[in-house]
Structure formats: structure tokens, C-alpha cells
Write a protein that binds this ligand. Structure first.
Ligand code: AMP
Length: 540
């Protein structure tokens, strides 16, 4: 088993200048642990690889970047097939590889059920190098002979455990038959149950296991919460957090240099005292910004993980994970910057609905408790601002106010109503600051559909997961009985189980993400190495 080595640079991994250029353009500063492990091995020789990695750890680039290096774009044939359990993942993986290809002529397309097969046919005919597909649709193309896998050099099984959980084993085995013997197989899986290992030994022969080394993690006094927000609402959420705090003093972590620049520029435009640090900012400039932050001349510092590494500031009130960190180690490292030396701090992580699973993984490994909370609403912020103004006004010592103001006040009150005058004065001073219209609306995620690509997707929307239960009417199940069955086996509360649909051989239920994790884990454990009775529903 290979172990991870930390603090490796992209330049150390054997990637070409061209690919390095594309990586930096995308704004990645340093490889994530799974990338540091996988990329050199993939570029070294054609060893089969089994890597343990969750979604969100950068695993797509871990296999995508070497593929970009290795594929011969002068040829027109398909050279790599990436199998993914859901169409959503297939699109995501294809988009990510596309965004990393830089100036290369590499063609990558997603193929998945639900999209017009003709459109896919046309694109396949034109010649593509990487196909990212869901098993069912890949088989359709193979049977129609519109996809030829005879010459592929790489087969990637992405989220292999999910594919098995979703019952794709027959499809996976069938697809393998269409491929050649000499290809290299790469298996990525969040978990490594026995069934994954037996799949690997059956189809991969010899393989290398890559596993990111786990560290002992300890979190501190920090209160940890998360908000589920759309990407487009993150900035508004950040502004509200800063505004509702009396003395916000915090670090905002973003994944890429580009994100850091965007967030910091936006904050400055809205009048916050802010600074940005990342790898492209010259050392002396970084030190200058850090100096200002330490002296609290700026109270919001936006940074990448790399740039923030050397920061030695103890008394932060907040750490904001504007983007969820790659792995539990990074999470603990980030939030360790607050709550030090007996101070209570708050760590807030923004997640989009599809990042929920990753957050739960971080929570599990970091052995910590991250509670769901709501972005402060505008009324609360205005009320807090008023409270602060009141406190400031009341706390001002008479000695601090020059005599001319008292004389002025006396004159004004001689002929005017005091309430009226004070009201006018407050409005004159604070109208702008207390105007609710400076805030933009934030879309509540629970109970509403996400727009765009996710529309109509059957699973993992609205903070909820749709689960498939392998019991139906033939097993004498009806809705009430099924709910009882789930409750008895998992302890999940009745009201959390919704949209119960019972069919002849199977059923569906919809539950919030948290309960879905509990239910899936309990049933997986009960099933041991057999197929679990409850799995995530496939996308429709
Ligand atoms: P994945 O695990 O492949 O789904 O990636 C999760 C997210 O991390 C994607 O938005 C990637 O663009 C991003 N990402 C991957 N590698 C890096 C890196 N080295 N630095 C910053 N962001 C990255």
C-alpha cells in the first residue's frame, strides 16, 4: 500500500508544462492528497490502480489530468471509458476534464440515459477520445455498435461502490467484455468493502492500492455549523454573516485562486475591509496584507489553503469555508484557526446540496459535530445592527462629545419635538446602513427544486435523497408497513420518511440527507457483503 506524502506541488508529479498551465489557469494551487498519490503512478507505467477517494476530494482531476497527458489526440478513436453511476456524475466528470484540458484538442463527452441518443451518436461519430457514461447507456451504444471499446487504453470505474450499490454489476461485467485485455483499469471508490475487492481481483489482476493516509484529528472549542446554499447565494450569505457579527474577524477559505480574487474584490466593492492572499500574490504583498490583518485594519481575509498555511493568528471569531475543503484533514486544519487558547470561535461551512455527503464524510472522519443552521435573515441583521447602534450611542461618555454638539442639541430641542428630532437624526445617519434593500434574496433550499441541470433528477435534490427499497407488494408491503419497517431498523423518525411509493417488487422513500445516511449505513451493515435492501435510487 502506498502512503500519501504531503505538501507536494503539481510540478513534482510529472505533468507537462501545457497541463500545468491549464491547472493554474483553473486556479488550483496544489494537488489534493488523492491527486498527489494517483497522478505520478498513472504517469509512471500502466499499473492498474484501486484508489480510495470520496467525491469532492479532487479525484476527477486525479485520473483526468493523467488521461489528458496520455491520450493521443491525433488519433480519433475512443481511448478511455469512464463509467459513473449517475448521469449527474457523468456530466460533472466530463465537464471537469473538459475544463482542465487547456489548449489540447482532446474531446470528452458524457453519455447517459435521458439525453437524446441521436445527439450522442453524432458526437461519437465525429470522434471522441474520452467517453464518460452511465452503464445502461454505454451498453446501448455498444449494442448498436456506435461505441467501440476494443482499443481503449484506460477504463475508469468511478464511484465503483455506488455502482455496485445501485445494482450495476451485470452491466459493468458486460461492458468489460467489449474492452480489450491490455487496457489499464482504475477503480475509484469511497469505501472498500469486500465486494469491491473481489471485483478488483476478478477484473484487474494485479493492482496497486492508493489510500490517503488518515491523520488523527482533533477539533477544538469551535462551534461548527453549515449552511446549505446555492453557489450563486454564497456571497450574499457571507455578507450577512459578517454584518450580523459585532466584531467579525475571520478567514474565508476558497478552493481556487480565482475564487479568492472574486470574493475579495466583491467584498471590497461592498465596502468591507478585506484582503486576499494566494500563491500568485507576491510574498512581500502577502506579508503586507497579513500585517494589516493581524493589526485588524482588515477584518476579513480571503485565502486559499496553501496561502493560509503560514498564518499565525489565534483569536479569529470566524473561519468560513466558502468552499468545502478537500478532506477532513484540511477541514480540521482550517477550523483550528479559531477557538484557540480558550476562545470560542465559529466555523461555518457552505455546502451545496450535492456536497452534503462529503460534509458527512468529513464529520465522520474528523469525529466532530457540524450542525445545520440557517443563513441569518435580513430582519435579524437589521435588528442586530440597531442593537449595536443603541449600545454605541448609550456607551458614549459625555466627555467624548464636544460641547458644540450639546449646544446644538439644546437649540434644536428648544422649538422641536425631541422624538421627531432624534428620529430625523437616526434616519439621517443610518438610513443607508439599515436599508434592507442592500441585501439580496437567498433561495431557501429545502422544499424547492434546484433549477437547471438538476431539474427532474430523482435523487439528492432539495436536501433530500430518494432511496430504493428492495421490498414491494409481493413481500406484503404497503406504505404504512414499509415506514414501520424503516423506523424499526434505523430509529429514523416517522415524519422524516416521505413520498412512500410501493410497487410490486420494490418501493421508494424520500428522506432528508442525514436520515438517508443513517438508513443506508444501517442496512449496509446488516447486509454485510450481500446487496443491501436499501440503496440510493438511480436517477430517472
Ligand atoms: P471532485 O472530487 O473531482 O468532484 O472535485 C471536487 C472539486 O474540487 C471540483 O470543483 C474541482 O474543480 C476541485 N478541485 C480538484 N482538484 C483541486 C485542487 N488541486 N485545488 C483546488 N480545487 C480542486
Amino acid at each position: 500500500m502506498t502512503d500519501t506524502t504531503k505538501k507536494i506541488k503539481f510540478e513534482d508529479l510529472g505533468l507537462s508544462e501545457r497541463v500545468l498551465g491549464a491547472i493554474y489557469k483553473k486556479g488550483f494551487e496544489e494537488p489534493s492528497p488523492v491527486q498527489a498519490l494517483t497522478i505520478p503512478v498513472m504517469l509512471r507505467d500502466d499499473t492498474n490502480i484501486m484508489a480510495q477517494a470520496q467525491t469532492g476530494t479532487g479525484k476527477t482531476a486525479a485520473f483526468g489530468l493523467p488521461l489528458i497527458e496520455l491520450i493521443n489526440t491525433k488519433e480519433k478513436n475512443v481511448q478511455a471509458l469512464i463509467l459513473a453511476p449517475t448521469r449527474e456524475l457523468a456530466i460533472q466528470v466530463s465537464d471537469e476534464i473538459h475544463s482542465l484540458k487547456g489548449k489540447s484538442d482532446l474531446k470528452v463527452i458524457p453519455v447517459y440515459g435521458g439525453q437524446s441518443i441521436d445527439q450522442q451518436l453524432r458526437r461519437l461519430k465525429k470522434g471522441v477520445h474520452i467517453v464518460v457514461g452511465t452503464p445502461g447507456r454505454v451498453i446501448d451504444h455498444l449494442k448498436r455498435k456506435t461505441l467501440n471499446l476494443k482499443d481503449i487504453d484506460h477504463l475508469v470505474l468511478d464511484e465503483a461502490d455506488e455502482m455496485l450499490n445501485m445494482g450495476f454489476i451485470d452491466e459493468m461485467e458486460e461492458i468489460m467484455k467489449y474492452t480489450n485485455e491490455n487496457k489499464r483499469t482504475l477503480l475509484f471508490s469511497a469505501t472498500m468493502p469486500a465486494k469491491i475487492k473481489s471485483l478488483a481481483s476478478k477484473y484487474m489482476g494485479k493492482y496497486e492500492v492508493l489510500k490517503v493516509k488518515k491523520q488523527t484529528l482533533a477539533t477544538n472549542l469551535t462551534e461548527q455549523i453549515y449552511y446549505e446554499v446555492k453557489v450563486s447565494d454564497k456571497f450574499e450569505a457571507l455578507s450577512r454573516i459578517i454584518d450580523i457579527e459585532e466584531d467579525f474577524y475571520g478567514l474565508v477559505f476558497c478552493k481556487t485562486k480565482n475564487d479568492v480574487d472574486n470574493v475579495a474584490t466583491h467584498l471590497a466593492e461592498r465596502g468591507y475591509d478585506t484582503g486576499a492572499i494566494h500563491g500568485d500574490i507576491a510574498q512581500n504583498q502577502r506579508e503586507k496584507i497579513l500585517g494589516q490583518f493581524k493589526k485588524k485594519r482588515i477584518n476579513v481575509l480571503v485565502a486559499t489553503d496553501v496561502a493560509a498555511r503560514g498564518i499565525d493568528v489565534n483569536n479569529l471569531t470566524h473561519v468560513i469555508n466558502y468552499s468545502i475543503p478537500h478532506d477532513p484533514e484540511a477541514y480540521v486544519h482550517r477550523i483550528g484557526r479559531t477557538g484557540r487558547a480558550g476562545n470560542q470561535g465559529t466555523a461555518i461551512t457552505f455546502i451545496t446540496p450535492r456536497e452534503y455527503k462529503k460534509l458527512m464524510f468529513i464529520q465522520r472522519v474528523a469525529k466532530t459535530d457540524i450542525k445545520k443552521s440557517k443563513v441569518p435573515n435580513v430582519k435579524e441583521i437589521i435588528a442586530t445592527k440597531k442593537k449595536m447602534i443603541n449600545e454605541d450611542l448609550i456607551a458614549m461618555n459625555a466627555g467624548e462629545v464636544k460641547d458644540v454638539y450639546f449646544d446644538w442639541a439644546k437649540k434644536l430641542l428648544e422649538f422641536n419635538n425631541p422624538t421627531q428630532i432624534l428620529g430625523n437624526l437616526l434616519s439621517y445617519c443610518f438610513d443607508e446602513e439599515l436599508d434592507p434593500n442592500i441585501y439580496n434574496e437567498i433561495q431557501e433550499l429545502s422544499g424547492k427544486k434546484e433549477k437547471g441541470r438538476d431539474k427532474g433528477r430523482a435523487i439528492d435534490v432539495d436536501g433530500k435523497s430518494r432511496l430504493f427499497v428492495a421490498l414491494g407488494r409481493k413481500d406484503k408491503m404497503h406504505a404504512g408497513k414499509l415506514v414501520q419497517f424503516i423506523i424499526q431498523n434505523t430509529g429514523v423518525k416517522n415524519k422524516k420518511i416521505q413520498q412512500v411509493e410501493v410497487y410490486d417488487k420494490f418501493s421508494f422513500i424520500t428522506v432528508p440527507f442525514k436520515e438517508a445516511e443513517i438508513i443506508l449505513n444501517r442496512f449496509q451493515r446488516k447486509a454485510k457483503n450481500r446487496k443491501s435492501l436499501v440503496v440510493r435510487a438511480k436517477a430517472k
